[in-house]
Ligand binder design. Structure first.
Ligand SMILES: [Zn+2]
Length: 412
């Protein structure tokens, strides 16, 4: 029993337990424990309840001074944070009215990130990735999905996935890698989009599977990226190899959500351009819709129809899409709070979208909820009422963060 320690007391613990995976959530569905304590056994939660009652179970107490509300650590299910180089110049051009094509013609756009990411070695890239992941950890995100996709040939994509693996050893954050070699067809590939995908199926995916570099495959389906037929072909091949598949769907043009349902994707991410039929289709399926407000904010574009998705009975997950081009902010809490006020999401819906419901989009069953048997990943905000958190719209981050039962310290 010596491994046990009791952390608290917290003014409130919002456990996110016992919430349905799909559909609307009113705030009164939230389980809130007043004057709470969390009993931690190594990396896991042993018990959660009234601090005063849990005190009898262990002499070891890690005290929390002052009023704090504790929540599960946030889970960001969609990022591209393994990159090198800045796209600040692109952003300035976008603010001045330049189009995507004009920016690309001036040497910007995704290809500039591909060029810079190809140039750096694996170790250096791992260091950059760990820096990005640490920034998120200090913001309260304790699990992060990270996509490749700035390599766009077999060697560079493998280097990126190895860098993500290495970064996962450096940072205390948990990184979940996804292969997005089908981000765009690279400029320097001679052949059609289908031929590029065939090259990935033959020369990249089997090795990634064998080396366990990732068990997830993503594709960007849209104008300027891959079309529906090619994506269907590619994702079916990835599924046959045993990968979970996810789709960048309906960011500018519809079609991707239907594809996600047809192929049985784990999630369909973006959905800014989804129609009412797409929403109904998603709600009837097992596909988890992921809204990416960071991309809307980065492009000055509209948000995904989050309210409609929930009202139609779909789940809703919110992720940051952190990338150097279209979503440079990376702050999940702030973005979720902003989407919440524009889409009129209840606080329960917004909080679920970045904790318990997010866990399901990564097929993770050991986090996103504060209850016994879960990882001891939790974050404490300096307030006495959980509603202060989203009310501050991301301006008040968590002040204390525990990852796998340990306090996160060091530079923010
Ligand atoms: Zn993305």
């Amino acid at each position: 029993m010596h491994k046990l320690k009791l952390i608290g007391p917290f003014a409130q613990a919002v456990t996110m337990d016992n919430l349905p995976v799909k559909g609307p959530l009113s705030d009164d569905r939230l389980e809130i424990i007043d004057h709470a304590g969390i009993l931690v056994n190594g990396e896991m939660i042993e018990a959660i309840g009234a601090f005063r009652e849990l005190k009898s179970l262990t002499p070891k107490i890690e005290p929390v001074e002052g009023d704090f509300v504790v929540l599960p650590g946030m889970i960001d299910v969609h990022t591209h944070l393994c990159w090198s180089g800045s796209r600040a110049k692109d952003y300035a051009m976008r603010l001045s009215g330049s189009s995507y094509l004009e920016i690309a013609r001036q040497g910007g756009g995704i290809w500039s990130t591909v060029t810079k990411t190809r140039e750096v070695g694996m170790e250096e890239l791992a260091g950059l990735t760990a820096l990005h992941a640490n920034r998120l950890l200090h913001q309260g995100t304790t699990t992060v999905e990270v996509k490749s996709g700035y390599g766009l040939n077999a060697d560079s994509e493998r280097k990126i996935l190895n860098a993500i693996r290495k970064a996962n050893e450096i940072t205390k954050n948990d990184l979940i890698p996804t292969c997005l070699a089908a981000h765009i067809k690279p400029k320097d590939f001679e052949g059609s989009a289908r031929e590029y995908l065939n090259y990935l199926i033959q020369d990249l995916l089997p090795g990634i599977k064998a080396e366990k570099l990732s068990h997830r495959v993503d594709i960007y389906v849209d104008e300027g990226a891959f079309n529906i037929q090619d994506a269907l072909y590619y994702l079916n091949a990835a599924k046959a190899l045993g990968f979970d598949v996810v789709v960048h769907a309906d960011q500018f043009k519809p079609g991707g959500a239907q594809l996600a349902v047809e192929v049985g994707a784990l999630s369909a991410d973006h959905l800014e351009a989804s129609s009412d039929e797409d929403i109904a289709l998603l709600a009837r399926s097992k596909v988890i819709p992921v809204a990416l407000p960071g991309a809307s904010l980065g492009l000055g574009a509209g948000f995904a129809p989050a309210r409609k998705l929930l009202n139609t009975g779909a789940p809703l997950v919110i992720a940051s899409d952190w990338n150097p081009g279209s979503a440079p902010m990376g702050n999940l809490l702030m973005q979720a709070a902003i989407l919440g006020i524009y889409e009129k999401l209840t606080m329960a819906e917004t909080l679920a979208a970045i904790t318990c419901r997010a866990a399901s989009a990564l097929r993770l069953t050991d986090r996103g909820v504060l209850k016994p048997g879960m990882l001891a990943d939790f974050i404490a905000f300096p307030c006495g009422d959980y509603r202060e958190i989203l009310y501050n719209q991301g301006g008040m981050g968590p002040e204390i963060i525990w990852k796998r039962g340990r306090l996160v310290t060091g530079k923010r």
